[in-house]
Design a protein around this ligand. Structure first.
Ligand code: PLP
Length: 410
């Protein structure tokens, strides 16, 4: 029987901190790309930051073994002892940092660790400092916690590194965190030890500010240089630093949803409390697989890193020949961040006015079936981000489509 009240339901409110539940730009573009592909168009999707490799066989074997041998119960909220021990070994191996397994938390991806850290420490009226361009989750989560974000602009001229005096100028009594993300999403910037030391010198003057070192892409530095992190370079700052990483990018394990952080005990306890409220512990099978990833052979990591590096060189060299484009060679991660400002104000072959980078990304998808994300989503209008974690043949074809798009501009 039809319901007697046929009037449409009233729009019910959303919490102000979340806005009207809008989709982040990356996901919105990916959804548009999927719709076009479903309609039969030959779309190349370079929106998402997701490795195109499978995890190494020993990692999958460990997941299988765990599932068949009892890893099917609720795990501890802060992570299994076996994984926290493996992470402590990793901290020592990679950064010579001695971390107690009790000062480590495992989350459903690094994303949940970041969410927990910001939720546990931000109040309305406080702020975080984020160098721009940035991964868009930090300001969105800060907003969800009722806080605001102060951006520190970085440019190609300084290799997309935040100037220490600009960080100094941005810090106020309300500042709770400085976020450092190297190698950076979206620019691929890598921060050398002396630059981290200079940032550390600024932070020593501001003891009320915590430091979030988001090292998700730490093993994806193209020339193989070992990654350095601020708690390693400035050990005196370690008591207020949260060092974050995970298995998603390094081991091609995005779907396992395992990220982790090392930091001061009180902060780790607070993050654990937020996680306990939201999700409880992380899938025990995924944690067992992550132990195998961290403790097992690392040769596949090297192969992936070299592949991403050669793709980055290929894409940058192709795009720099396209009139009007500037594509600095990324030093790490797996993105190309292309400056398209000379296209602003022009018109696409199909007549779309290219007033913003979002208009450019939309026209490129609609007319040439190439999905990218507009730099505005990363706090850098006038750019496009292309994921280079895609088959080389797709990347070559993507560059061709961009060249065709450029040739059709008027
Ligand atoms: N940090 C950065 C800079 C990222 O780019 C991402 C994912 O794109 C994450 C953290 C979150 O990774 P995950 O939640 O898969 O561990």
């Amino acid at each position: 029987m039809p319901h007697p009240n046929t009037a449409p339901p009233p729009a019910l409110p959303f919490a102000a901190a979340f806005g009207a539940a809008e989709l982040p730009a990356t996901m919105a573009m990916a959804a548009r790309a999927r719709a076009l592909r479903d309609a039969g168009h030959p779309v190349i999707n370079l929106c998402l930051g997701e490795p195109d490799f499978a995890p190494a066989p020993h990692i999958l074997d460990a997941a299988d073994h765990a599932a068949r041998n009892g890893a099917t119960k609720y795990p501890p909220v802060n992570g299994t002892p076996a994984l926290r021990d493996a992470i402590a070994r990793k901290c020592l191996r990679d950064h010579n940092m001695v971390v107690a397994p009790t000062d480590i938390v495992v989350g459903n991806g690094a994303r949940q660790v970041i969410f927990g850290a910001l939720m546990a420490t931000l109040d309305p009226g406080t702020n975080i400092i984020v160098p721009a361009p940035y991964w868009n989750a930090y300001p969105l989560i800060a907003r969800a916690a009722g806080a605001t974000t102060q951006f520190v602009e970085c440019t190609t001229q300084n290799d997309f590194l935040p100037a220490p005096d600009a960080i100094d100028a941005a810090i106020s009594p309300q500042t709770r965190w400085l976020v450092l993300n190297f190698p950076n999403n979206p620019t691929g910037a890598v921060c050398p030890a002396d630059h981290l030391a200079a940032i550390g010198a600024v932070l020593r003057r501001h003891p009320h500010v915590r430091i979030m070192a988001d090292d998700m892409y730490e093993h994806l530095i193209h020339d193989g240089t070992p990654h350095v992190t601020i708690a390693q370079i400035c050990p005196d700052l370690a008591p207020r630093t949260l060092t974050i990483s995970g298995v998603s990018k390094t081991y091609a394990m995005t779907g396992f949803r395992v990220g982790f952080a090392a930091g001061p005990a009180d902060l780790i306890a607070a993050i654990t409390r937020v996680q306990g409220l939201a999700t409880g512990g992380v899938c025990a099978i995924a944690q067992a697989a992550s132990v195998a990833a961290l403790d097992g052979p690392q040769d596949q990591v090297d192969i992936m890193r070299q592949t991403y590096a050669s793709r980055a060189t290929l894409v940058a060299s192709h795009l720099n020949t396209v009139p009007g484009l500037i594509c600095p060679s990324p030093r790490g991660a797996f993105y190309a961040f292309v400056n398209v400002t000379t296209w602003l104000g022009r018109t696409s072959a199909a007549g779309a006015p290219l007033t913003t980078d979002t208009a450019i990304a939309t026209a490129l998808l609609d007319e040439n079936h190439l999905a990218t994300v507009a730099g505005t989503a990363f706090g850098a209008p006038g750019h496009l981000r292309l994921s280079t974690a895609a088959a080389t043949s797709d990347l070559v074809e993507a560059c061709r489509r961009i060249a065709r798009f450029a040739a059709g501009l008027s």
